[in-house]
Ligand binder design. Structure first.
Ligand SMILES: Nc1nc2c(ncn2[C@@H]2O[C@H](COP(=O)(O)OP(=O)(O)OP(=O)(O)O)[C@@H](O)[C@H]2O)c(=O)[nH]1
Ligand SMILES: [Mg+2]
Length: 225
């Protein structure tokens, strides 16, 4: 998803161009905005193109969009496609995130895994691109971000690898040690994950917890605080 004209459909076509599978014939018939693709890790996933957001979308229209944006609400992972070469790119991001919040897909401290595709880097001068690559690598911002060009294909492999990695975490167990004094995090793990094993050692609780992709991303944010 993303702002109108950000390049969502171009990215969608680029991603589905290479690895179109036979069952896409069915998808293409049922819904031309859905495709199954193969990720670099060999796993399959279904990608879905959405309508673009525009700013000043009245709240009653947001409600009407709810139906068409059901894919976003149901998705395991959101790729926020941004026109990073647009002078208003930051304002566009804020607008899109506001709509996502209204849809309940981006609640504070909750929501689902989100990656930003910083699209149209081919339009930036060389030094602007370098600054972006540095910002993205530093991961200083809220979401994971990947500079790409849907037009030239630059950066697409790294984006796909990241998507595969984030989705691959779904249902896998992690070992986490939490200070016993941090009762809130321990309670959070019981609420959002499936605690398979627990051993308390001194001042630490050592937990083995199975988390889905959304909970794993939330935990990462929680532990990074
Ligand atoms: N230079 C450049 N242009 C791009 C890139 N990606 C998309 N575009 C252009 O941006 C324009 C909009 O692209 P779309 O893919 O239709 O954008 P969209 O987000 O699907 O737009 P809506 O569906 O209307 O919201 C088109 O003219 C594309 O060719 C890119 O990486 N680089
Ligand atoms: Mg489009």
């Amino acid at each position: 998803m993303g702002y109108t004209n950000a390049g969502k459909s171009t990215l969608f076509n680029r991603l589905s161009g290479a690895g179109v599978m036979a069952r896409d014939l069915l998808f293409a018939t049922l819904d031309p905005t859905m495709r199954s693709i193969k990720l670099p890790n060999g796993k399959g996933c279904v990608i879905s193109d959405t309508v673009g957001f525009v700013s000043d979308l009245p709240t009653h229209l947001v409600a009407a969009f709810r139906a068409t944006l059901e894919e976003v609400v149901e998705a395991d992972l959101i790729v926020h496609v941004r026109d990073i070469a647009h002078p208003d790119t930051e304002q566009q991001r804020a607008d899109v995130e506001r709509v996502l919040k209204e849809l309940g897909a981006l609640e504070d401290g909750g929501g689902k895994p989100l990656v930003e595709a910083w699209n149209k880097i081919d339009m930036l001068p060389a030094e602007g691109r370098e600054t972006l690559q540095t910002r993205a690598a530093a991961g200083a911002e809220r979401a994971l971000q990947y500079p790409v060009s849907a037009l030239t294909g630059e950066g697409i492999d790294r984006l796909l690898e990241a998507i595969g990695e984030m989705l691959g975490r779904a249902g896998t167990a992690r070992e986490i040690s939490v200070p016993l004094s941090d009762g809130a995090t321990i309670a959070w793990l019981y609420r959002h994950g499936e605690v398979r094993h627990r051993r308390d050692d001194g001042e630490l609780a050592l937990l083995t917890v199975a988390l889905d992709a959304a909970a794993a991303a939330q935990l990462d944010r929680r532990l990074a605080r």
